[in-house]
Design a protein around this ligand. Structure first.
Ligand code: HEC
Ligand code: HEC
Length: 294
């Protein structure tokens, strides 16, 4: 008996020693990597599209050009538990979608009771916005009533969007732009003054990372009080800007903010602001008016 006990005790001890050894080897191994920066930060902020989200990575115009409304009708079967699309069709869990492409976001539709989250998006359903919405409804409008996870496959999205377009909208598909060509026109179109009150609603998309009250804390992004007219990438209570933004120089004005908020990562490659951007020019003008007023 005693012998058996000693043998068992011996094995337990031995395996403990082996485990200790492995533990120190593996911690040593991982230590070697310790001061390398991870390529991707380990968390995502809900409601914020990362720069790799479909809307940015894949030019929707190119996918729309080869999209097939018949395949889209098939994809639309996944929407039919909540949506009708025939002209005059009833609202169900979701609104009837006849003619939705190019129509106002979250308005009309026979008095459907939209969520405040979706109503906070002013403007119209463009092809690009539908692409964002259908990628991840909750990222597009955090708090939306559309409890649908989204369509992962970009071509499925393009197919269902051309199908939606064929049901009462029939808008011309956007031309695939030569790289960068569309941007100046978008800036010019944003020139009309925005509405600071509407901008406050748009700013909810920024509030996960930014405060704006004077003296407010820096968070993931810097406090933005009086940012309009202030130096780019400087000051802000010692906020640690990326080199990319810090070395830009100059001051924030309507044009530079419009370009930045259209797509931070294409405006300033290497920026830390992991925000996909605001597609809608009127939303940008509104939030810029709000920044100017604060
Ligand atoms: C589980 C139910 C459900 C499913 C499935 C669903 N939706 Fe929705 N959808 C809704 C609800 C609810 C709303 C209203 C959202 C709000 O008010 O926040 C909505 C809103 C919309 C809107 C905005 C309409 C407007 O007038 O602004 C579009 C466009 C849309 N859905 C398209 C789709 C498509 C395309 C699919 C399938 C790929 C789909 N939905 C699947 C429930 C659903
Ligand atoms: C996911 C977090 C996040 C979101 C959402 C976000 N930002 Fe930022 N923002 C940042 C970070 C981080 C920086 C610093 C960028 C750098 O140093 O490269 C920044 C920088 C900025 C700057 C430059 C500040 C300066 O002092 O030069 C402005 C202006 C700005 N953001 C506006 C906005 C607006 C407006 C929105 C919403 C439409 C928004 N941001 C959404 C994280 C975010």
């Amino acid at each position: 008996m005693d012998d058996r006990f000693n043998t068992i005790a011996g094995w337990v001890l031995a395996s403990g020693i082996v485990a200790l050894g492995l533990g120190s080897i593996s911690s040593h191994y991982f230590r070697a990597d310790k001061d390398k920066r991870p390529e991707k930060m380990g968390y995502e902020i809900p409601g914020v599209a990362s720069a790799s989200a479909g809307a940015v990575a894949v030019p929707i115009e190119a996918l729309l050009a080869k999209a097939d409304p018949a395949k889209g009708a098939d994809v639309f079967k996944r929407c039919m538990s909540c949506h009708t699309i025939a002209q005059g069709g009833a609202n169900g869990i979701g609104p009837n979608l006849y003619g939705v492409v190019g129509d106002n976001i979250a308005q009309g539709r026979g008095g459907f009771a939209f969520s405040d989250a979706l109503k906070a998006h002013s403007g119209k359903w463009t092809f690009a916005l539908l692409n964002q919405w259908l990628t991840d409804p909750r990222a597009f409008a955090s708090g939306t009533k559309m409890t649908f996870a989204g369509l992962d496959d970009p071509q499925d999205r393009a197919n269902v969007i051309v199908y939606l377009n064929s049901q009462g909208s029939n808008l011309p598909l956007p031309a695939a732009p030569a790289a960068g060509a569309a941007a100046p026109a978008a800036v010019a179109a944003a020139a009309p003054a925005g509405d600071a009150t509407k901008g406050a609603a748009v700013f909810q998309r920024c509030a996960a990372c930014h405060t704006i009250n004077p003296g407010g804390a820096n968070g993931i992004g810097p406090n933005l009080a009086h940012i309009f007219g202030d130096a780019i990438g400087k000051g802000r209570g010692g906020y640690a800007f990326s080199d990319a933004l810090a070395k830009l120089g100059g001051k924030w004005d309507a044009a530079s903010l419009d370009k930045w908020l259209t797509s931070p990562s294409s405006d300033v490659p290497g920026t830390k602001m992991t925000f996909a951007g605001i597609d809608n020019a009127a939303d940008r003008a509104d939030v810029i008016a709000y920044l100017k007023a604060n």
